[in-house]
Design a protein around this ligand. Structure first.
Ligand code: PLP
Length: 448
């Protein structure tokens, strides 16, 4: 069946969706002329796409001379070079932040932010349950209790209207995550933080150049943290950064991440005036970062353009619910492009069948995060010596009873993620994603 030739009547008759949903839909059509729904590839039909997707990361050969010159020099640590400092300046400039200090990964950027803001034993931190596990780990690793506020399945972000009910006497901070590179609702989060005198650390590890009302994510709270891991939009393999506008606080970040050595307002009263650790970025890490940073702006623009196009192509397919962006979002980063799958519109086929069918059409995809707060790490933390000493039994029992997040669970059941590299192709490449989804929809009676 060719979607272009699908009449509205035939489409309505074929649809298994609710009357209201179908009635409000427009007839979806194929993005790339000539594509035929045909037989599903998973059933032996011809896939919508066999061409490869853009590779990630992409190496820029012109950076080799710089990287090799650092390697040959033997000056690999930041104390014997200026490359890390140059990269920090460039990244701060790009974000419109006063300062940036790099670490060897994003997890340690977050741990550093927690430490310098004095969040630790006995404190509670409100976080989103829908995030990469590192967000949970840094709170637990700082001996603080990660208190989850439910997820808004429509935006995939922490639901700001669920935050205040989680605040207790011990709440010290909120850690919003701009998950998948889509900004969290920073107006509401900052207003709640102000009202309750809470610190805000933005986990912007997936949100390079994303913006809330024209300001870059990571620069809105007290500190913002980024990851430059292999899959990220500014990939170094491993790498991280902390950005902030408070000079004294950033001096502390610099000092703490460098063994507690004096820096700026952390005065040279002794060799080691404050507690420290070693989380320094390497010179050749920064050299790779300097080469990758060049493409970040144009890649971000392309991802946004293709994401908008993809939404326009799939929004009328029954059972496919594109993500929503809050009104305050002026730019998203699209580390992943998410939508939700409603199986009742797909002949009740479980999401796994839909994912397998889409992959067979040449569109890699995944179901994303599961309800990780039910994984072993939370129970291990609650049973640890640290937690038993810092929180009452009554508090931990209540915490266990509250480990129930229906919005998050719904999203974990329904989400479908498309990788960021797939938004770096042409409009026609993006059209293939839409066409594959439409083809699976049209063959939904063969899915279950
Ligand atoms: C939301 C989020 N937070 C934290 C991290 C940790 O960053 P890294 O892997 O660089 O340690 C990541 C990385 O994937 C992330 O996606």
């Amino acid at each position: 069946m060719d979607g272009k030739n699908l009449t509205r009547r035939a489409f309505l008759a074929a649809s298994t969706g609710t009357i209201a949903a179908v009635a409000s839909s427009r007839v979806p059509v194929y993005a790339n002329a000539g594509k035929k729904a045909g037989k599903l590839a998973i059933k032996g039909g011809k896939p919508v796409r066999t061409k490869k997707w853009p590779a990630w990361p992409q190496w820029d050969e012109s950076a080799e001379e710089h990287v090799i010159s650092i390697l040959r020099s033997g000056n690999w640590f930041r104390g014997r070079g200026s490359t890390v400092t140059t990269f920090e300046k460039k990244y701060a400039e790009l974000l419109g932040a006063r300062r940036c200090i790099c670490t060897f990964n994003g997890t340690n950027a977050l741990l550093t932010a927690m430490h310098v803001l004095d969040i630790g034993v006995g404190d509670e931190v409100i976080v989103s349950p829908y995030t990469f596990i590192a967000t949970y780990n840094v709170v637990i690793g700082s001996s603080a209790l990660p208190v989850f506020a439910d997820t808004d399945p429509e935006t995939l972000q922490i639901n700001p209207d669920k935050i205040e009910e989680r605040i207790t006497r011990k709440t010290k901070a909120i850690m919003p995550v701009h998950i998948l590179g889509l900004p969290a609702n920073m107006d509401k989060i900052m207003a709640i933080a102000k009202k309750h005198n809470l610190i805000v650390i933005e986990d912007a590890c997936q949100a390079w150049l994303a913006e809330w009302r024209g300001k870059k994510c990571g620069t809105l709270g007290d500190l913002g943290c980024f990851s430059f891991q292999n899959s990220k939009h500014l990939p170094i393999g491993e790498g991280g950064a902390i950005v902030g506008n408070d000079e004294e606080l950033m001096d502390r970040v610099m000092s703490y991440h460098n063994c507690g050595r004096p820096y700026g307002s952390v005065k040279r009263t002794s060799s080691y005036p404050i507690i420290g650790t070693n989380r320094r970025m390497l010179e050749y890490q920064a050299a790779v970062g300097l080469s990758q940073i060049k493409r970040l702006e144009s890649d971000t623009a392309r991802r946004n353009e293709n994401a908008g196009y993809l939404t326009s192509r799939i929004k009328d397919i029954p059972g496919i619910i594109p993500h929503k962006l809050y009104e305050g979002v002026t730019r998203a980063a699209y580390h992943l492009y998410p939508f939700r799958y409603k199986k009742e519109h797909f002949n009740n086929a479980p999401r796994d069948k839909f994912l397998a069918a889409l992959r067979a059409e040449g569109v890699p995809c995944s179901g994303g995060y599961g309800p990780q707060y039910r994984d072993g790490l939370i129970e291990e933390a609650l049973n640890s010596k640290n937690f038993k000493r810092s929180f009452s039994k009554a508090r931990l029992d209540k915490y266990r009873r509250e480990l129930n997040y229906p919005g998050n669970d719904q999203l974990c059941r329904e989400a479908v993620w498309i990788g960021q590299n797939m938004l770096l192709g042409s409009r026609s490449d993006t059209g293939d994603i839409a066409d594959a989804i439409l083809k699976v929809y049209e063959n939904r009676d063969k899915l279950a």
